[in-house]
Write a protein that binds this ligand. Structure first.
Ligand code: CUA
Length: 304
């Protein structure tokens, strides 16, 4: 019965409604019997208690029926679980990395993005890992969820069967920016996907009008912790960053510096070196090329 189910959302929903139907039937049955007993065996009708002899048939009935029900639920769930854990051999592999607090996706050809772009009707395998703490990848539209564990690779697969964009969340509390760890799955037609996949550069495809540095600070997840509008988030704001004076902690000692290019580059490459006073030393170091670094610094200079 499950082989005919085209996609997991269908099979998960079917199991859910199946179990729900059993629950509602039992609830209705138990309630009816209870109401009947309240009337039939009330003290008014039965002033003298009577001894009740056991009923073998009834005992067998209410042992066998629930046992069968539980076995059926197990079997349906097991088939769904097998389907969920068996990746079709023609699946396209996408590496997913969770970090505080963003998701990044890397494709077989080395292309990277912050939005999960996938082609229509091609099974997608997600190989999931974490750069820092526990996260959990959740795509409600496909009914799939899996932890992102540091030092370990976990996986999921799904079949994008309708063009559109769907939410992708982090569903494991991972710190102050947890709620900002949101992105999208974009299901594209095969043609649109090919075009995006083969295009030069690392653009997300979602924000083609932005300068490269602006796109990078989104893609690398910088803006999950650093605001652009002057407000303090988990980290200091990017607004007016250059030539601002900051008190930083260097190896446990306070000192005042003026933010310049050199400071920004050091802070990206070695985030723990000089942490601005009042902020927790939690920024992870991340893989970044010199070109990307250049683009980010150039862009930060423009945020007055
Ligand atoms: Cu990552 Cu919550």
């Amino acid at each position: 019965m499950i082989n005919g189910w085209q996609h997991l959302s269908g099979s998960v929903d079917s199991i859910f409604f199946f179990i729900m139907a059993i629950c509602i039937t039992l609830l209705a049955g138990v309630t009816c019997v209870m109401l009947y007993f309240v009337v039939r065996y009330s003290r008014k009708r039965n002033p003298h208690p009577e001894d009740v002899a056991d009923n073998l048939l009834l005992e067998i009935f209410w042992t066998v029926v629930p046992t069968l029900l539980v076995l059926v639920i197990f079997w349906v769930g097991w088939k769904g679980f097998q389907y969920m854990r068996t990746v079709p051999p023609d699946a396209m592999l996408v590496k997913v990395t969770g970090r505080m607090w963003s998701w990044s996706f890397e494709y077989e050809n080395g292309k990277q993005s912050s939005v999960l772009n996938v082609p229509l009707q091609r099974p997608i395998k997600l190989a999931i890992s974490s750069a820092d703490v526990l996260h959990s990848l959740f795509i409600p539209a496909y009914r799939i969820k899996e932890d992102a564990v540091p030092g370990r690779e976990t996986y999921l697969w799904f079949l994008p069967d309708e063009i559109g964009t769907y939410d992708l969340f982090c569903t494991e509390y991972c710190g102050a920016g947890h709620s900002a760890m949101i992105t999208k799955v974009a299901v594209l037609s095969r043609k649109d996907f090919e075009q995006w996949y083969k295009a030069e550069g690392k653009s997300t495809g979602s924000t083609p009008h932005l300068p490269e540095g602006a796109e990078l600070i989104q893609e690398k997840g910088c803006i999950a912790c650093h605001s652009l509008d002057g407000s303090a988030k988990v980290g200091p704001t990017f607004k007016g960053l250059l030539v601002r004076n900051e008190t930083v902690m260097t190896a446990g000692r306070e000192r005042t510096i003026t933010v310049d290019e050199e400071y920004i580059i050091r802070s990206i490459k070695d985030p723990a070196a000089d942490v601005v006073k009042g902020f927790p030393p939690i920024m992870p170091a991340m893989p970044i090329t010199d070109e990307e670094l250049r683009a980010i610094v150039d862009h930060l200079k423009t945020l007055k």
